[in-house]
Design a protein. Structure first.
Length: 190
C-alpha cells in the first residue's frame, strides 16, 4: 500500500514538473525567435538606424502587442515587420511584447537635440501620451525616439499611408506640416 502511494505521488510530481517545464521551454523558444529583432532594433535597445527604426525596449506592452497584431494582419504596412510578425503565432504576440516591454528603455546616446525656440501646443497629445511623452495605456512612449522617426510617422498618419490608428490620422491631418515638424522636434528633445 505504501509503495502504491509513493508511486502515485512520484507520478504526480513527474507530471507536475513536466507541466511546469513546458511554459519555460515555450518562453525559451519564443525568446530565441525574438533574437532576430535585435538585428534591426539593436541588441542593447538602440536601433541600428534610429532615424527609421523605433526603440522598442521598454515600450508599452499594449502598444507593442497592437503593432505586432497590425503588422501580422496587414493593418500596418512594412514588408519586413509583416514577415517578422507572421513568424509569431497569435498567442505569442502578447508574450513577445512583454519580452521587449520588460527591458530597460535605453539611455540616449549623445546629447538630446535642441528643442524648438517655442514649444508647440501639445495638450491634445498629452492626454494619451502622458506628460513628458512617456506613454500611457492607449499610446506609446515617444520621448527618446528620434526626430526623423517621429516626423516620418506623423507624416504617414497625415497622408494616410499609416492608418492603424484613425484618431492619429485625424489629429495629424488637422496639423500643418510646420506644426508637425515643430512637434517632432519638441518630442525628440525630451
Amino acid at each position: 500500500m505504501v509503495n502504491k502511494h509513493v508511486s502515485s505521488l512520484f507520478a504526480a510530481l513527474v507530471i507536475g514538473a513536466a507541466a511546469l517545464a513546458a511554459p519555460a521551454q515555450a518562453q525559451d523558444a519564443l525568446e530565441a525567435k525574438l533574437q532576430v529583432c535585435g538585428s534591426c532594433h539593436g541588441q542593447n535597445g538602440q536601433p541600428m538606424d534610429p532615424k527609421s527604426m523605433p526603440i522598442i525596449w521598454g515600450q508599452l506592452e499594449n502598444f507593442l502587442t497592437k503593432q505586432l497584431h497590425d503588422y501580422r494582419a496587414g493593418d500596418r504596412e512594412s514588408p519586413i515587420m509583416a514577415s517578422m510578425a507572421k513568424t509569431l503565432q497569435q498567442d505569442e504576440l502578447r508574450p513577445a511584447a512583454h519580452y521587449f516591454a520588460s527591458k530597460m528603455w535605453p539611455a540616449r546616446s549623445g546629447p538630446a537635440p535642441a528643442a524648438p525656440a517655442s514649444a508647440p501646443n501639445v495638450s491634445q497629445c498629452v492626454a494619451c501620451h502622458q506628460q513628458g511623452f512617456v506613454g500611457g495605456a492607449p499610446a506609446p512612449r515617444l520621448a527618446g525616439q528620434t526626430y526623423e522617426y517621429l516626423i516620418k510617422q506623423m507624416n504617414a498618419f497625415a497622408d494616410g499611408t499609416r492608418t492603424n490608428n484613425m484618431d492619429m490620422v485625424k489629429i495629424m491631418q488637422e496639423l500643418s506640416p510646420a506644426d508637425r515638424d515643430a512637434m517632432a522636434h519638441y518630442i525628440a528633445s525630451l
